[in-house]
Design a protein around this ligand. Structure first.
Ligand code: PHE
Length: 369
């Protein structure tokens, strides 16, 4: 700022000369016109109207003028600054319109553009069949029961009346957690869930239990060391073999179609008495292929029946072991392999297809639940 003076004409102060002011205004207007974005305009605004801009600096000189000259100089600077501000305002509006237009162009969605293809997954048929089966039994009023895959030997064998010298307990079939004396196994079937249910639940018991089981088998077309079963257990007053048969027939129909029945063949399981193998009526030929070479059936190998699982009336010894009075309560249980069920239901010939996790296999079953 110049030193106060009292005598000179303001136009004589170079920064306040009209020529200089006009030049500053012209510079500002040119810069404003040259700003092509709001960001650029912000810089221009700072340079031409900010505290250190030529017009602001000139304005400060007014203070040093004699009082008589202040008004005139102030008016000229004020007009100049007003003009610059007005230009800034106009340009701001223009650039805002421009920005909005550009934004609309940038954000345009081309609905005709080819979409990027994202590979679609699918649920594994073992998952969906477990849900289907659970639904069948939940609809009958059963509850879903689950047990651990790493199981105490006592639940997997002893409580099920499978004696320590039973062949199923040797290392041949059973994966032991740690050594053979650990007392802990990977469950070889879902039947330990029977025991857990009887010990834990209130009577009567109606449970369905799908789950993963393990046996020391090599993976081949018909075996896998890891596979799945579904178990059902009913304990109530007055339960008979007829209830078991009716339930199996209902289950068979819900999985394989109207009219498909089951057949029981005498068998042996330590935890059921009597015990039976469950055969499924062939849902492809319905028995028409038996002794009829003209109508041979690949699904049942013209036998009319397909082996499906095991079943029986719960052995009273097992009831007693679980604290249930066998004179008051009786029950049935059955269990079947889910891989096997899927294999004949869908004509899958190789177990490995279900294990390998190839998306092409899984996708063939769709996304159904
Ligand atoms: N747990 C038996 C198995 O794995 C099947 C079965 C279940 C048999 C329930 C009878 C009752 O072979």
């Amino acid at each position: 700022m110049s030193a106060p003076n009292k005598s000179f004409d303001p136009v004589e102060v170079s920064t306040l000369s009209q020529e200089n002011i006009d030049e500053n205004v012209a510079n500002a207007i040119a810069a404003i016109a040259g700003a092509n974005s709001l960001d650029e305009l912000k810089e221009v605004r700072l340079a031409h109207t900010g505290d250190r801009s030529p017009l602001a600096l000139a304005n400060r000189e007014i203070g040093a003028l004699p009082p008589a000259a202040k008004a005139e100089a102030g008016k000229r600077i004020g007009q100049a600054r007003g003009k610059v501000n007005q230009c800034l305002e106009v340009r701001t509006l223009e650039l805002e319109v421009l920005r909005d237009q550009l934004l609309l162009i940038e954000e345009t969605v081309d609905v005709t553009m080819a979409a990027a293809t994202v590979a679609q997954g699918a649920r594994h048929p073992l998952t969906t069949i477990q849900e289907q089966i659970s639904d069948v039994f939940l609809a009958l009023g059963y509850e879903l029961a689950e047990g651990p895959e790493i199981e105490a030997e006592w639940f997997n064998f002893d409580a099920l009346n499978i004696a320590p010298d039973h062949p199923a307990r040797t290392m041949q079939d059973t994966f032991f957690a740690g050594n053979e004396d650990s007392g802990i196994v990977l469950r070889t079937h879902t039947s330990p869930v029977q025991i857990r249910s009887m010990l834990k639940r209130e009577l009567p018991i109606y449970v369905v239990c799908p789950g993963r089981v393990f046996r020391t088998d090599e993976l081949d077309a018909t075996h896998s060391p890891v596979f799945h079963q579904v178990e059902a257990l009913v304990i109530d007053r007055g339960i008979t073999l007829a209830d078991l048969k009716g339930t199996l027939d209902h289950f068979a129909q819900s999985m394989f179609g109207e009219g498909i029945v089951t057949r029981l063949r005498p068998s042996y399981f330590p935890f059921t008495e009597p015990s039976a193998e469950v055969d499924l009526q062939c849902f492809v030929c319905r028995g028409a292929s038996i002794d009829n070479p003209e109508a041979a059936c690949r699904t049942c190998r013209s036998e009319g029946w397909i082996e499906w699982g095991g079943c029986g009336m719960v052995n009273p010894k097992v009831l007693v072991a679980c604290g249930i009075d066998p004179d008051e309560y009786t029950g049935f249980a059955f269990g079947m392999g889910l891989e096997r069920t899927l294999m004949f239901r869908h004509g899958i010939t190789d177990m490995r297809d279900m294990v390998e996790g190839d998306i092409r296999f899984t996708r063939a079953f769709g996304l159904g639940v």
